[in-house]
Design a protein. Structure first.
Ligand SMILES: [Zn+2]
Length: 301
């Protein structure tokens, strides 16, 4: 079995059946041993000892001086972990009384440096907090929706509607396209200088994953693919996706870049990718990304 991708496999028991147990939830919320994962406007909290790798900051409830949207993430060895979103606070530092120096930061800045299980927990907290922030109202009737079941459901507060809204994640396909000895990488204008990566795009309603892979590749580069095979998946809460990774075989080689989507797309030789050093002319995608994983696994073949 492959090693899990970054932000997957948090070692957490999601205790799905406990979410409806209000008494158990209340006990866990009051338990001094429970740990809280603060989220402020999609930023996570990390410890900053100034030395070595950063680490996630998991606080006791009394170290957070305000209320917030609270979501049961799960348990680790019997200890409950909750996300606590305090984005409504204007001065976040003043709402925290952590015992160690801490800092709010974008997970994308520190993700590859964190212990895997910590990165996964922070990603989960960020993703579910984002969902709550954007589903405060019922999408059917427009009335307020309130959180239930430990934060894994929002229900419309109008009894006549009472629609249930469940946390969602947007499926996106991401694919390493190759023709044997070369692979197809593209680049978007907004990326860091020289960075090239695999193609990717959102799955549309009424479409299979394989169809989405083929459609995105032909739309962005004009390349026709077949032999679409699943590789692995990655939670990617930046802001709300799951990346579904594939390898696909190119049937054509003539690239026609859709300039509205990509600045450039090119074939790269296996030998070049194996020997290159990152520079502003060419660099590989982020180390915590499934894109990097798809490329490196293909290079090992
Ligand atoms: Zn409603």
């Amino acid at each position: 079995m492959r090693e899990p991708n970054f932000y997957a496999a948090g070692g957490l028991d999601r205790v799905g059946r406990r979410r409806k147990d209000a008494a158990w939830l209340a006990e866990r919320l009051a338990d001094p041993a429970s740990r809280f994962v603060p989220v402020w406007r999609s930023q996570n909290l990390v410890m900053t000892n100034g030395q070595g790798s950063p680490a996630a900051a998991f606080l006791a409830r009394h170290e957070i001086l305000c209320e917030g949207e609270t979501v049961l993430l799960g348990t680790v060895e019997g200890c409950a972990y909750f996300a606590l979103d305090f984005s409504h606070v204007e001065m976040p530092r003043e709402a925290l009384r952590a015992a160690t120096p801490v800092e709010l930061t974008d997970l994308r800045r520190v993700g590859p440096l964190l212990a895997r299980h910590e990165g996964s927990l922070l990603a989960y907290a960020r993703g579910i907090a984002y969902w709550h922030q954007r589903h405060r109202f019922c999408g059917v009737c427009g009335r307020p929706a309130s959180s239930e079941e430990g934060g894994h459901l929002r229900r419309c507060t109008d009894p006549a509607c009472a629609t249930q809204h469940f946390p969602r994640t947007d499926p996106a396909v991401i694919m390493l396209v190759h023709d044997g000895e070369r692979c197809l990488l593209g680049r978007q204008r907004v990326w860091p200088a020289g960075m090239h990566s695999t193609l990717a795009g959102f799955v549309e309603p009424g479409e299979s994953l394989e169809e989405a892979v083929a459609r995105e590749v032909v739309e962005e580069t004009g390349i026709v693919v077949d032999q679409v095979t699943y590789h692995s998946s990655q939670p990617w809460p930046f802001p709300a996706s799951i990346m579904l990774g594939f390898h696909a075989r190119a049937r054509t080689t003539d690239i026609q870049v859709d300039q509205s989507e990509l600045e450039d797309a090119r074939w790269f030789e296996r030998a070049f990718l194996r020997s290159h050093e990152d520079s502003d002319d060419f660099r590989m995608p982020r180390r915590d990304s499934i894109a990097r994983r798809l490329i490196e696994d293909w290079l090992r073949r």
